[in-house]
Ligand binder design. Structure first.
Ligand SMILES: NC(=O)c1ccc[n+]([C@@H]2O[C@H](COP(=O)([O-])OP(=O)(O)OC[C@H]3O[C@@H](n4cnc5c(N)ncnc54)[C@H](OP(=O)(O)O)[C@@H]3O)[C@@H](O)[C@H]2O)c1
Length: 235
């Protein structure tokens, strides 16, 4: 069997970094992607020092040119793609502080660029490789994107993840006949720069359900939204 390949966006720190480590431990060759090459190299270096096969890749999910260059580099260097984890995400300070009525539209737009358009842009670019392998796309979403439990605050983040959930559903339906699964996942409330120091979960725990979805085989679920316990969540 040839070695499988995975790509994890925004994986120089936080949950994504642990997803890279876990996939590499399972024998995947993993592209550790970050918007700054130096950050990707530094993070990948730490995992290579653990004996893992991890390859740094520059990839800013908001840039068509960066995504196209990353596609070319990955295709040349690794030649295939079995799992794409759309992990990069932002929760902007003004979104934490301000009610929706006062939130600058520019902050909403900037959030969507990373959290919603980013996963769509990257999936569009890498779909040809994923179709060839019958691979998995994992969109790292959040319960904050659930319509069923929506409350006040975090308008940009909540709505960007709700839209990401719909992107997940539509792409899952479109790619199912071509053998590619697309699922969304809430990793739990995790202690990272985004989750904050009060969060109960460790990044290793947040990585678990993501790795499960990234390594699904044929005849597995697609178009789902799963929680940290691997159970389906309400949309
Ligand atoms: N932590 C939680 O409690 C929690 C809960 C639910 C869902 N999530 C989701 O889990 C995912 C990972 O979050 P985290 O907690 O690990 O956050 P984090 O520690 O803040 O890491 C976010 C990552 O995204 C990267 N990123 C931001 N903008 C980017 C861009 N334009 N292109 C490429 N990468 C970019 C960051 O890179 P830089 O280092 O360059 O900034 C960083 O590597 C996110 O999608 C988040 O919404 C987290």
């Amino acid at each position: 069997m040839e070695t499988k390949v995975a790509l994890v966006t925004g994986s120089n720190r936080g949950i994504g970094f642990e997803v890279v480590r876990r996939l590499a431990r399972r024998g995947y060759r993993v592209a550790l992607a970050a918007r700054r090459l130096a950050a990707a190299e530094e993070a990948a270096g730490r995992l290579v020092a653990e004996g893992l096969e991890v390859w740094p890749l520059e990839l800013d999910v908001t840039s068509d040119a960066s995504v196209a260059a990353a596609f070319q580099a990955l295709e040349e260097r690794l030649g295939r793609l079995d799992a794409l984890v759309n992990n990069a995400g932002v929760l902007l300070d003004e979104d934490r502080r301000l009610p929706g009525l006062e939130l600058p539209i520019e902050a909403v737009r900037a959030t969507y660029e990373v959290n919603t358009f980013g996963p769509l842009r990257v999936t569009q670019a890498f779909a040809p490789l994923l179709v060839r392998q019958g691979g998995n796309v994992v969109n790292v979403s959040s319960v904050m994107g659930q319509l069923a439990s929506a409350g006040p605050g975090y308008l940009a983040y909540r709505s960007s993840k709700a839209a990401l959930n719909m992107v997940t559903r539509v792409l899952a339906a479109e790619l199912a006949p071509r053998g590619v699964r697309v699922n969304a996942v809430h990793p739990g409330w995790i202690r990272t720069r985004m989750g904050g120091p009060e969060a109960p979960g460790r990044p290793e725990e947040g990585a678990e359900p993501i790795v499960w979805l990234a390594t699904l085989g044929p005849d597995s679920p697609t178009g789902g939204f799963f929680g940290p316990d691997l159970k389906p969540l309400d949309w």
